[in-house]
Design a protein around this ligand. Structure first.
Ligand code: ZN
Length: 75
C-alpha cells in the first residue's frame, strides 16, 4: 500500500503525529484519525484542526462502543 501523505503534526499537542485508525469489524468499521500522543480524534475526511478535534472516548461512545483503546487498530 502506497501512503504518500506526509506525517501530520497534531494541532492540539503539537507533539504527536496524526495517524489513520479504524474501528474493526464486526464493530462499525469506521475510519478516523488520531494523535498517537494525546488521543485527539478527527473523523475521516475532516480537516485536522484544533477546533474540530474530538476525544476518543466521545467518538467511540457516539458509536455505542465501549471506550477501549484495544478495540481500535492502526489502518
Ligand atoms: Zn496530539
Amino acid at each position: 500500500m502506497i501512503d504518500d501523505e506526509p506525517p501530520l503534526r497534531c494541532p492540539l499537542c503539537s507533539f504527536g503525529f496524526v495517524e489513520d485508525y479504524l474501528v474493526p469489524m464486526p464493530l462499525d468499521g469506521s475510519r478516523f484519525r488520531m494523535c498517537e500522543e494525546c488521543d485527539a480524534v478527527w473523523e475521516d475526511g475532516e480537516d485536522v484542526e484544533a477546533a474540530s478535534a474530538q476525544n476518543l472516548l466521545w467518538y467511540l461512545q457516539d458509536r455505542g462502543l465501549q471506550p477501549w483503546l484495544e478495540d481500535v487498530q492502526r489502518a
